[in-house]
Design a protein around this ligand. Structure first.
Ligand SMILES: [Zn+2]
Length: 430
């Protein structure tokens, strides 16, 4: 069916919006370009996890992405070839095929094309590649990029804004964890007060360097249920942890300290006007406890921190209805579709369709690639634009929105909501 003129003009409008991408994991360009694995450098996540899910032995995955074992591209391909047919049909597989085609002109990955594909990727990976892909091809104004412990938050501000993960000040579980924090913070951490000071100083120095949010990653490791404990209760756990030389403390033992420190981070972030991005729903990789990541586990935080602003990631997949209910209910909760364009465009379309009806229009964030690669950011953001344009077109065709409202909403979803939430609209020009 031919798209109507109205649908075409909406699509053009959606693709012309310089987006604020709420979530990526892209490393520095020098690091990305140093990877000489070509196509096989794209298997840090997503398609790799689907290959393992389909039955590919983990050893194959480790071998195909090991740069030091001297395998040729064809030998690496042979390690995954049996499982590729089963993953090329998933959202991850489709997204990868699409960006490989659009960025490198290779229509399909197979034994005949894999060598040439590797060559083209290697050739492209040189200074300026990030700019080409993110600005010229993806039309991304700024991407919020995660910084892990140990990574600098000083990013290329033409392209990025940094969002550090500071979970490690709260998720301490062993004496060795404390020793690592001592190295990072440059002071001794022998008391709860010292741990609290180190956490606050870290956040303070990152804030001075221009971070725009903090990210909580904990649902990969434990439940999102963060109960309220007193400082005395947390201090007792700290002392046990500090005295204990063995790895004998369970999550139940540690929970008062972890919950106390995580809640404190939320309070400190709120005082500085920094939103808290929280991983909810599906955990990437193979093997995890999905129920740890249920968005409603967070509810008490929304009551206890009315001044904090919470950005709930990944539509809480599969609990997108819970995210909608929370964002509808609480002023301080925002609903974010990042990663969903790659997980399932159909899910994203269904959810966005409902969210437009349930959540006020200033609290939906529709685009975040959640990729370790600029190629993935481009691919996932392109899919997100397509989904947004299709959903809005259907809403116009069904007389739910006028065409003018759809054009306005597209800009909110792809740009303005994120600009307001992360206060990019308040930045002074550098
Ligand atoms: Zn992520």
């Amino acid at each position: 069916m031919k798209p109507s003129i109205a649908a075409e003009s909406l699509r053009e409008h959606v693709f012309s919006i310089p987006i604020i991408d709420t979530h990526e994991h892209i490393p520095d360009e020098g690091v990305a370009c140093a990877n000489r694995l070509g196509f096989f450098g794209l298997f840090e996540h997503y398609v790799s996890s689907d290959l393992v899910s389909a039955g590919m032995p983990r050893e194959n995955l480790e071998a195909l992405r090991n740069p030091d074992n001297g395998l040729t591209p064809q030998q690496r391909w042979a390690l995954m070839a049996d499982w590729w047919p089963y993953v090329r049909t998933t959202g991850y597989g489709r997204a990868m095929l699409e960006y490989l085609h659009q960025l490198f002109g290779v229509e399909d990955v197979n034994p005949d094309t894999v060598l040439e594909l590797c060559r083209r990727i290697d050739e492209a990976h040189k200074p300026g590649w990030f700019r080409t892909v993110l600005k010229d091809r993806a039309n991304i104004d700024k991407a919020l990029v995660i910084r892990w412990p140990g990574q600098s938050v000083e990013v290329d501000r033409e392209l990025f804004r940094a969002v550090p993960i500071l979970d490690h000040y709260a998720m301490v579980g062993t004496r060795a964890d404390l020793a690592e924090l001592e190295i990072e913070s440059g002071g001794s951490i022998q008391t709860l007060d010292q741990l609290m000071n180190a956490q606050e100083e870290r956040l303070e120095s990152f804030t001075a360097k221009g971070i725009v949010a903090v990210k909580l990653f904990l649902a990969y490791r434990r439940t999102l249920q963060l109960d309220r404990y007193s400082k005395i209760e947390a201090g007792r756990v700290f002392d046990r942890l500090w005295l204990s030389q063995k790895l004998d403390l369970t999550l139940q033992d540690l929970k008062p300290l972890q919950d106390f420190m995580t809640r404190r981070l939320i309070g400190l972030a709120a005082e500085r006007g920094l939103p808290i991005q929280i991983h909810t729903g599906l955990q990437e990789g193979n093997g995890n406890f999905i129920e740890n990541s249920k968005p409603t586990l967070l509810t008490s935080l929304f009551f206890d921190f009315p001044d904090a602003r919470f950005d709930l990631f990944h539509a809480g997949y599969p609990w997108a209805g819970e995210v909608a209910a929370l964002a509808k209910n609480f002023t301080n909760v925002y609903a974010d579709l990042c990663w969903m364009p790659a997980v399932s465009p159909a899910f994203m379309a269904r959810v966005l369709d409902e969210w437009i009806e349930t959540i006020p229009a200033n609290k939906i964030l529709a685009v975040g690639g959640d990729s370790n690669y600029v190629e993935g950011a481009f691919g996932h953001c392109t899919i997100a634009r397509r989904v947004v344009s299709d959903v809005l077109s259907r809403k116009v065709a069904g007389d739910y929105l006028t065409s003018a409202e759809a054009h306005w909403l597209a800009k909110r979803l792809l740009r303005e909501n994120a600009r307001e939430l992360f206060r990019l609209n308040q930045e002074t020009v550098e």
